[in-house]
Ligand binder design. Structure first.
Ligand code: TYM
Length: 344
């Protein structure tokens, strides 16, 4: 029987989990666990690449662990990146197999360094931020992942990861690393409801993301104030009777689909194409769907938080077990790259 395919993905511990993270990636993490050999990391080394506070980092790491467990990620599949220092060793080795020119072309580096300059008014940009995608390649290849479930914003990083694996294999003369494939959900890019021209994201500020564990009232309010357009009747209709959608309206429909409310989606879309849809109704339906989903997650998280000590112990154990695989890869890589070996 062929070996089960391997899946890896990670999330940064930078505050709340939002519906972009959930519908773009984490929902897939949960579903894939039934079929594949999955490991998922909370990447605290990555979170050090922009300005941060040490005590807040540890707190945010546990916060996101509890959030992931609450939405259905299994404890035995979860690890904390810094409990597995092999990630950084492999990153260093990969630095020597990465093209400086290709790293300079990473759009996330450009965006994040501009954002850091704007928000902190500081010109300091860390080398870690520049090297971030190489550490990401190490996260993936350390576990020989076949599939990487992520949102659309990670495509360029995945391309770089495949380049590194390729160059490594060529240089050591062995097809050691498999080239991982990207997996997207049906909604790989959720936009900000406050500004549907930019993706939903924490770094853009509070109004640009909806926290999965938010109070119901605030979810409804955030969706109610979503940016739309001047009305369906102002949008053009094609020969098939399909009415063009503005980015904001498209995003609301995407959210509804992502919540699994397919009947409501179909009904509201028919009304929209006929030019009879009130955006108030659309926003009300989307807000309620998100709030309903969130309520189950909030309740589950509260249960887990009541058992904090035990959960933390489990994650330390699972990280130690997952580390065994990482150590084996490093052993092979050291051998293949001519690094020190105790048997002289
Ligand atoms: P992060 O922490 O920014 O986001 C975690 C996951 O959520 C996805 N995502 C979105 N998907 C759709 N719409 C959005 N608006 C949206 N915002 C975020 C991201 O694509 C991601 O899948 N570099 C990664 C973390 C990382 C990683 C890895 C991922 C480090 N090592 C190895 C995969 C494999 C990041 O910053 O994700």
């Amino acid at each position: 029987m062929s070996e089960q395919k391997r899946v890896l993905s990670c999330i940064q511990p930078t505050g709340h989990m939002h519906f972009g993270n959930y519908f773009g990636a984490v929902k897939n993490w949960v579903d894939l666990q039934e079929k594949y050999n999955c490991v998922y990391g909370v990447v605290d080394y990555h979170a050090m690449t922009t300005l941060y506070k040490p005590d807040k980092l540890r707190q945010a790491t546990w916060e996101i662990i509890f959030s992931l467990l609450a939405v259905g990620v299994k404890a035995e599949n979860l690890f904390i990146q810094s409990l597995i220092p092999e990630h950084v060793e492999l990153c260093w080795i990969f630095n020597c197999f990465s093209s400086y020119g290709q790293l300079q072309r990473m759009t996330q580096f450009k965006d994040k360094s501009n954002q850091a300059k704007e928000t902190t008014k500081d010109t300091f940009i860390s080398t870690g931020l520049f090297d971030y995608p190489v550490l990401q390649a190490a996260d993936i290849l350390l576990y020989h992942a076949d599939f990487v479930p992520v949102g659309k914003d990670q495509d360029q990083h995945l391309e770089l990861c495949r380049s590194i694996a390729n160059r490594f294999n060529t240089q050591v003369g062995k097809e050691y690393f498999v080239l991982p494939e990207t997996l997207h959900t049906e909604t790989p890019k959720i936009m900000s409801t406050a500004d549907p021209t930019r993706k939903m994201s924490k770094s853009a500020g509070d109004k640009h993301y909806i926290n999965v564990f938010e109070e119901q009232k605030r979810i409804l309010k955030q969706v109610r104030s979503a940016v739309t357009d001047a009305g369906a009747s102002t949008m053009s209709v094609d020969a098939n009777g399909i009415r063009e959608k503005s980015a904001g309206v498209e995003n609301l429909f995407e959210l509804l689909k992502a919540c699994g409310k397919l009947n409501a989606h179909k009904d509201l879309e028919t009304k929209y194409n006929e030019g009879n849809l009130s955006y108030g109704d659309l926003k009300g339906t989307v807000g309620e769907a998100l709030a309903e989903l969130s309520a189950g997650f909030v309740a589950r998280k509260a249960e887990l938080m009541a058992d904090k000590k035990n959960v933390k112990y489990q994650i330390q154990q699972s990280s130690a077990e997952i580390r065994v695989r990482a150590k084996q890869t490093l052993k092979d890589v050291r051998q293949l790259t001519g690094l020190g070996n105790l048997k002289y």
